[in-house]
Design a protein around this ligand. Structure first.
Ligand SMILES: Cc1cc2nc3c(=O)[nH]c(=O)nc-3n(C[C@H](O)[C@H](O)[C@H](O)COP(=O)(O)OP(=O)(O)OC[C@H]3O[C@@H](n4cnc5c(N)ncnc54)[C@H](O)[C@@H]3O)c2cc1C
Length: 408
C-alpha cells in the first residue's frame, strides 16, 4: 500500500509544532502532525504551574543561551507584539503580570492549548496522536515510520520533538536520535531551569525558607551567571526563580567541576557593606541575633551567626575584629558550592540539543539535510524562566513555516 503523501509532516504537537503546522495549513499546504502522546500540547498544559506563561514583554537575546544572531533574527519575525497579536487572533485574551510575564486571562493553560487545537483543525491540518515516530529517511522525499509500522511521506519534514526535560509529560530523547540519523550533531543536553544541589549540608537547616537574594555563579573566578529574585531553601539545596535562572550556566559548567555560588541577602541595597558597617555602629550593644532582627529571616540569621563564628551572647562591639569583618562581608556574599542540578524529571528545560550552527537562522532549515526543519527546544537554545522558552518555541515554529511557505 502506498504511504499517504503530504506537503509537510511535523513530528511533535507541542508549542513549536502546533504553530508551525497551523501556519503551513493556513498557507494551503497539506499538513500532518504526528504526536506520540495520546493528546497534543501536554507541556503547554503543565507550563507556568498550569497557567502557561506564554511570552514576556522583555523578550531579547540576553535572556537566552543561544547565538545572539539567531534570537535576534527570530524576534524580528516574531516579536513580543507579534506574539500578543498572534494569540489575540486565535481568540486568546492575555494579561501581563510583574516582570513582563504574560498569561492567558483565564489563568489556565487550556486557554492557550485549546484555541491552538481548534485553529489547527479549522485550517485543515491533520493530527494523529498516539503515534510515536521511530524512523525518518531522506530520499527524494522524506519517509516517516511510526512505531506501529505505518509510513507517511512528505516533501518537507519538521522535527519539533522538544527536549528530554520532564519525561512525565512527553520529554524524550527521540528528537535527538531522529536529528542524528539525518546528519545533525548534538551538544549534550543537560537539565536546565532545575534546582541546584548544594554541598554545604548545614543549608538543610533552612529548608522551606524563602528569601530575596542576588545569586552569582562562578567557576575559576570567572562569573558564569547571576540572577536576582527569590530562592527557596530545600533539603538538597536551592530552588526558586533565582536558582532556576542560573541553572543553565551551572549545568553546563558542572562538567568541568563544582561551581562557586554567592548569595547576597541585600539585593535591594546599593552598598550593603556600608549598610552593615553603619548598623554595627548603631547597634553596637546588641547581641548577634538582635543585630540581625528586622533585616534577615531568623533561620538565616542563626545559620550566618554560626558560619561567621559570632559569639551568641556577646554584644557586637565585643566580638573580635575578624568576626566583625566577616559579619560585614558574609551576608552580601555567602559562599556555597553547587555540585549538581536536579534531574530531568524536575527540569523545565534542557540546555544543549541540536547544534544551532547546523541550521539556517532565517528559516530553521537544516544546513545538513535540505527540506528538514528543526524548531523549539530540540535545538541548543534555552531561555530564562519567565515565558522565554515558549516564546522561542512559537517563534521558531512560525519562522520555519514562513521559510517553507514563502519558498518559490
Ligand atoms: C513543568 C514545566 C513548566 C514550564 N513552564 C513554562 C512557562 O511557563 N513558560 C515558558 O516559556 N516555558 C515553560 N516551560 C518550557 C516550555 O514548555 C518548553 O520550552 C516548550 O514547550 C518547548 O516547545 P517544543 O515545541 O519545542 O517542545 P514540546 O512542547 O515539548 O513538544 C514536543 C512534542 O513532541 C512530541 N514528540 C517527541 N518525540 C516524538 C516522536 N518521536 N514522535 C511523535 N511525537 C514526538 C512530544 O510528545 C511533545 O508533545 C515549562 C516546561 C515544563 C516542563
Amino acid at each position: 500500500m502506498n504511504s499517504p503523501f503530504y506537503d509537510v509532516i511535523i513530528i511533535g504537537a507541542g508549542a513549536s509544532g502546533l504553530v508551525c503546522a497551523l501556519e503551513c495549513a493556513r498557507a494551503g499546504r497539506k499538513t500532518l502532525v504526528l504526536e506520540k502522546e495520546s493528546q497534543p500540547a501536554r507541556k503547554i498544559l503543565v507550563s507556568g504551574n498550569g497557567r502557561c506563561n506564554l511570552t514576556n514583554a522583555h523578550v531579547a537575546p540576553k535572556y537566552y543561551h543561544a547565538p545572539e544572531e539567531l534570537i535576534q533574527k527570530t524576534l524580528e519575525k516574531f516579536s513580543f507584539q507579534t506574539c500578543l497579536d498572534y494569540f489575540a487572533r486565535l481568540g486568546v485574551l492575555t494579561t501581563e503580570e510583574e516582570l513582563g510575564r504574560v498569561f492567558p486571562a483565564t489563568g489556565k493553560s487550556t486557554a492557550v492549548a485549546e484555541p491552538l487545537k481548534i485553529a489547527l483543525n479549522e485550517a485543515g491540518a491533520e493530527l494523529i496522536c498516539s503515534c510515536p515516530v521511530v524512523r525518518v529517511k531522506r530520499g527524494k522525499t522524506f519517509t516517516v515510520t511510526a512505531a506501529d509500522g505505518r509510513t507517511f511521506q512528505a516533501k518537507k519534514l519538521v522535527l519539533a520533538c522538544g527536549s528530554c526535560a520532564y519525561p512525565q509529560v512527553g520529554g524524550t530523547q527521540s528528537g535527538y536520535e531522529l536529528a542524528r540519523t539525518l546528519g545533525h550533531t548534538l551538544i549534550t543536553p543537560r537539565p536546565s531551569l532545575s534546582a541546584l544541589c548544594i554541598k554545604e549540608t548545614a543549608l538543610s537547616r533552612l529548608s522551606g525558607v524563602r528569601c530575596q537574594v542576588r545569586l552569582e555563579a562562578r567557576q575559576n573566578n570567572t562569573l558564569l551567571d547571576q540572577a536576582e529574585g527569590e530562592v527557596l531553601f530545600t533539603h538538597y539545596g536551592l530552588n526558586g526563580p533565582a536558582a532556576l535562572n542560573v541553572s543553565s550556566s551551572v549545568s553546563r559548567a558542572l562538567t568541568k567541576g563544582n561551581v562557586a555560588l554567592t548569595l547576597d541577602f541585600f539585593p535591594q541595597l546599593k552598598d550593603p557593606h556600608q549598610f552593615l558597617q553603619q548598623r554595627l555602629a548603631t547597634y553596637a550593644k546588641r547581641r548577634p541575633k538582635d543585630f540581625f532582627a528586622g533585616i534577615l529571616h531568623e533561620s538565616v540569621a542563626n545559620l550566618l551567626i554560626d558560619f561567621i563564628g559570632l559569639r551568641k551572647n556577646v554584644p557586637m562591639q565585643d566580638q573580635t575584629p575578624n568576626t566583625r569583618q566577616r559579619l560585614v562581608q558574609t551576608p552580601c556574599a555567602w559562599p556555597l558550592t553547587a555540585t549538581g542540578v536536579r534531574p530531568w524529571n524536575e527540569a523545565m528545560a534542557a540546555t544543549g540539543g541540536v547544534n544551532t550552527q547546523e541550521i539556517n537562522y532565517n528559516t530553521f532549515e537544516s544546513l545538513k539535510c535540505p527540506g528538514l526543519y528543526l524548531t523549539g527546544e530540540l535545538l541548543d537554545v534555552d531561555g530564562k524562566s519567565g515565558g522565554f522558552n515558549l516564546h522561542f518555541a512559537w517563534a521558531s515554529g512560525f519562522a520555519a513555516a514562513q521559510g517553507m511557505t514563502e519558498e518559490k
